[in-house]
Design a protein around this ligand. Structure first.
Ligand code: ADQ
Length: 475
């Protein structure tokens, strides 16, 4: 067993919650990258002397660990070849499409796999160094699926949890992966494996039974060494109160009005907010909207579509192709349907601070979320959190995890363009009473299940699974 460090709670994730940014004068500094996960985990990290292990982006070598906001951060370096093989390759061109219903074709390359194994090993070794005797280690997401087993071999005293943020595919698709057994065994190093939905947990247990041959009963897997592993659903959420407070602030309210003014105060503003990713169904939704104009249901004076797309994974070929396709489609639609000062679609390829996002949510009458497959989709929940007056409409894909909870949205099948058009039109025409009935019900769900409740339920479940082992994490 490796000698232990001093952290009672260790987070292992591909990315650190800070980015390394280069300033105009050439110097570099760390800047917080505010994400849902950080805000969920920050209070627990502080209360437990927590340490976060992750990659800060880039290919700089050897940053020293440092403290930020009461957390201790351990930056892991990556070589240019690892970024290409591990991150852009195996994580984002093999696992990402495979786990999202093959929306794009996954590529299988043996050298990418080798890089995945060696990066996972380095992260596991680092976690083994920093974790105290009996500590809790919480490993996150598809980039790190081998870490639980590697870590358990180094440190059998640890309590290990794993959470997958994206869908876990059905056996029929997962089977394709040449390294399917290694991934399953990697995950089985954890005591608790968490998924967004119970379907993912069931897929996992079934695959373990079929492919690894372990005994299973309901959500439990029994290993030959006497250990058991539980697989269960923990649907992730957002910091609902923080979004609502932001939405209520005068600055955001003012900014939302400004946005509507600049758009020419149309009757209805439609909004899409996504990472520019082929799983998100951006192309189909813009087409559906434009066809409603062509069919004469409304005019560019009545309705406009604002599509905000964060640049994402720009080195991966399929993302470049997507970007070109969306550029072309928007040009085409605006060229055909727009008028002077009145484009049908306002397309923003940029990332914005949270406050600006809240202003977009406040300015939008109809939020359009149409992924072909999505683990959860936090954008849908953020929109609901910002509609504190109980107005606004959500059009949501059945294939987003969020659809399990937000049943009162206008649910659509993103492959069915006519169905999507019908739902967009219904949301456009719905009266205040109908919209408010649906929104109020959804707000109740998002208020009751926020991200703090998500983290608490995962960690308390994990501590109950191994009561005799290790120290408890303080909520
Ligand atoms: P993502 O695929 O990134 O997350 P999502 O859950 O929608 O998808 O989260 C995106 C986040 O980025 C949201 O918080 C959103 O506000 C923010 N964002 C999007 N566009 C932005 C922009 N232009 N500027 C600033 N911020 C922007 C993965 C899984 C999801 C799962 C989450 C969390 O794919 O299914 O819900 O992890 O587990």
């Amino acid at each position: 067993m490796a000698s232990s460090g001093s952290a009672d709670l260790v987070i292992v994730a591909n990315r650190l919650p800070v980015d390394r940014v280069t300033l105009p004068d050439g110097t570099q500094e760390w800047r917080p990258s505010p994400g849902g996960l950080v805000s969920a985990l920050e209070p627990i990290m502080r209360a437990n002397d927590g340490t976060w292990i992750g990659w800060p982006g880039g290919t700089d070598q050897d940053h020293e660990p440092f403290d930020a906001d009461g957390m201790s951060l351990v930056p892991m370096s990556m070589t240019a070849q690892e970024v290409e093989y591990f991150y852009e390759g195996f994580a984002n061109a093999t696992l990402w499409p495979l786990y999202h219903d093959l929306v794009a074709k996954p590529s299988f390359h043996r050298e990418w796999w080798d890089a995945y194994v060696s990066v996972n090993r380095r992260f596991a070794e680092r976690a083994a160094e920093v974790a105290s005797e009996g500590a809790t280690v919480w490993v996150h997401d598809y980039q790190m699926q081998l870490v639980p087993q590697m870590l358990r071999e180094l440190r059998p005293d640890l309590r290990i949890g794993f959470y997958l943020h994206i869908p876990f595919p059905p056996a029929e698709l997962f089977q394709q992966l040449p390294w399917r057994r290694q991934i399953l065994e990697g995950l089985l190093g954890a005591d608790l494996v968490g998924f967004q939905l119970s379907g993912g947990a069931q897929n996992f247990v079934r695959l373990v039974r079929q492919r690894v041959g372990h005994k299973t009963h309901r959500d439990l897997v029994y290993l030959p060494d006497g250990r058991s592993v539980r697989a269960a659903a923990f649907p992730i959420s957002i910091d609902t109160a923080a979004y609502e407070d932001l939405a209520r602030s005068e600055r955001v309210e003012k900014r939302a009005q400004e946005i509507r003014d600049v758009l020419g105060n149309p009757r209805r503003v439609f909004l899409g907010v996504d990472r520019l990713d082929y799983t998100k169904g951006i192309y189909a939704r813009l087409r559906a909207f434009s066809e409603l104009i062509i069919d004469g249901h409304f005019d560019v004076e009545d309705a406009v579509f604002v599509q905000v797309a964060t640049p994402s994974r720009e080195q991966v070929e399929q993302y470049r192709i997507l970007r070109d396709e969306i550029d072309r489609l928007v040009g085409h639609i605006n060229g055909d349907l727009g008028r002077i000062g009145r484009p049908a679609i306002h397309y923003l390829h940029a990332s914005y601070p949270r406050e600006e996002m809240a202003a977009f949510y406040r300015a939008a009458d109809i939020m359009v979320v149409t992924p072909f497959r999505d683990g959860m989709n936090l954008v849908a929940k953020e929109y609901v959190a910002c509609r504190y007056e109980g107005d606004g409409a959500l059009v949501l894909s059945e294939f987003a995890g969020a659809a399990d909870e937000l049943r009162q949205a206008w649910l659509i099948n993103p492959y069915d363009i006519n169905g999507m058009k019908a739902a967009l039109l219904e949301a456009y025409r719905a009266d205040d009473k109908e919209r408010s009935r649906r929104m109020k019900a959804m707000r109740k769900t998002v208020t009751q299940h926020d991200v703090a409740a998500w983290a608490d339920s995962f960690l308390s479940e994990l501590s109950e699974l191994r009561p005799s082992h290790g120290k408890s994490v303080r909520p």
